[in-house]
Design a protein around this ligand. Structure first.
Ligand code: SF4
Length: 406
């Protein structure tokens, strides 16, 4: 069996009661069958608590009015863990925030950015993320699995990640190239010409493809259409199942701050971009200053990088795009929705950007990495952690949303 993980996987450690937002509240935790059976056999003082805290009919943990798990105590610690140790956890609790995508003979494991600690690791990460693969014993065969299609998707994703991590290109160019590649691959698939996909992948590494990205951007001149598009795409978030009331308030606040009229929207966007540029300038000058000090005080380069806290928007966007693309793109092997999966990565990242922009306005034109991180994990909790919501977003994006004629 081949396992693949991002290189920051090893850096994660649950911070338990130090966590600003526990993973044991706000969503329904389903208990796997084996653990449920084990729970029926618990003896001693804890038995009564167990019977009271589980919805045996649904196979879930009960919750209080605030949707907190019945085992979560006032210190945000798990009483089940305190009484039974790690062996008391069900599969979901044992694995979270690890997320596994399963393919024939392959397990792709990521860390979900719905966990504040994972979001913090990713948002503080300046270097491009690498993915590490290794083999372990055990194999399997799936009925109806197309290994050829999966290997094409894998090749494409590898190339897309290379493009997304090419910091010599603007972030918009990188996004357009990835969307273009996925779009053309979808065309091959619809025409049942999957063998042509390798030509498409190769095409998007050429200078001609870069030209396509630049030409496409020049064509985007209609501010009204751009504003309406952003507003419509944002409004889709209101159609999703609401897991936390506070999220609904945040969405409304974002809409009120950003989408009043096209002129205001474009002014905010321009000023926000200028603000972000000024942040990079501050970061660069701090970085050089720290580099000099490092020589004087014998600090290591690693120390310098861990100290960097300012915003570098292109890098944060790159990390999010790579995260979403890595996690969801190969899932197209099951439904053939190649373009929708690429659009999903772009849509989620873009919506987070819009929410950051609204927060910047709300904060009287300031923003810090901590707040950006908070908004990342809250977005992920609402959109990624409801199967219903993820399906709804995929449904919206199953149509051609990006790269349509301007
Ligand atoms: S959300 Fe993450 S850091 Fe917080 S308690 Fe859960 S696993 Fe630990």
């Amino acid at each position: 069996m081949l396992y693949t993980k991002p290189d920051y996987y090893k850096d994660f450690e649950c911070i338990a009661d130090q966590c600003e937002d526990t993973c044991c509240a706000g969503w329904q935790i389903v208990i796997d069958r084996d653990t449920l059976k084990k729970y029926t056999k618990i003896k001693g003082n804890f038995r009564k608590r167990m019977w009271r805290s589980v919805n045996w009919f649904r196979g879930t943990f009960k919750q209080d009015k605030e949707k907190r798990c019945a085992f979560l105590n006032d210190r945000n610690l798990c009483d089940l863990y305190l009484s039974q140790g790690e062996g008391g956890f069900c599969k979901t609790c044992r694995e979270y925030p690890r997320h596994t995508e399963e393919f024939e003979g392959v397990r792709e494991i990521t860390l979900s950015i719905s966990c504040p600690e994972v979001a913090r690791i990713l948002m503080n990460r300046m270097e491009p993320v690498q993915f590490i693969s290794y083999e372990e014993e055990g194999d399997e065969e799936y009925e109806d699995f197309d290994p050829f299609f999966y290997s094409i998707l894998e090749d494409a994703r590898k190339e897309m990640i290379t493009i997304l991590q090419n910091r010599e290109l603007s972030i918009v160019d990188r996004i357009l190239l990835v969307l273009g590649m996925a779009h053309d691959m979808q065309g091959c698939m619809n025409r049942q010409e999957m063998f042509s996909c390798s030509d498409v992948i190769a095409k998007y590494t050429t200078k001609k493809a870069m030209q396509f990205a630049q030409n496409y951007q020049q064509k985007i001149t209609n501010k009204e259409k751009e504003f309406n598009f952003a507003h419509t795409m944002f409004q889709h978030l209101f159609e999703l199942e609401l897991l936390k009331q506070e999220w609904g308030i945040l969405l409304q606040e974002t809409e009120d701050l950003l989408y009043q009229d096209k002129e205001k929207y474009h002014t905010i966007k321009k000023e926000f971009q200028e603000y972000l540029q000024s942040q990079i300038a501050v970061e660069t000058s701090n970085y050089h200053h720290e580099e000099e000090n490092a020589t004087e005080h014998c600090n290591t380069q690693e120390d310098i990088h861990t100290k960097r806290q300012s915003i570098n928007m292109d890098i944060h966007l790159e990390q999010l795009l790579v995260y979403f693309l890595f996690t969801y793109f190969p899932g197209a092997v099951y439904d053939g929705e190649i373009y929708a999966k690429a659009q999903l990565a772009v849509y989620c990242t873009w919506m987070i950007w819009e929410i950051w922009m609204a927060r910047w306005i709300k904060n009287e034109k300031t923003l810090d990495l901590e707040e950006m991180t908070e908004l990342v994990y809250r977005f992920s909790r609402e959109v990624e952690h409801s199967d219903l919501n993820l399906r709804a977003v995929e449904e919206i994006l199953s149509k051609k949303v990006f790269l349509s004629k301007k």
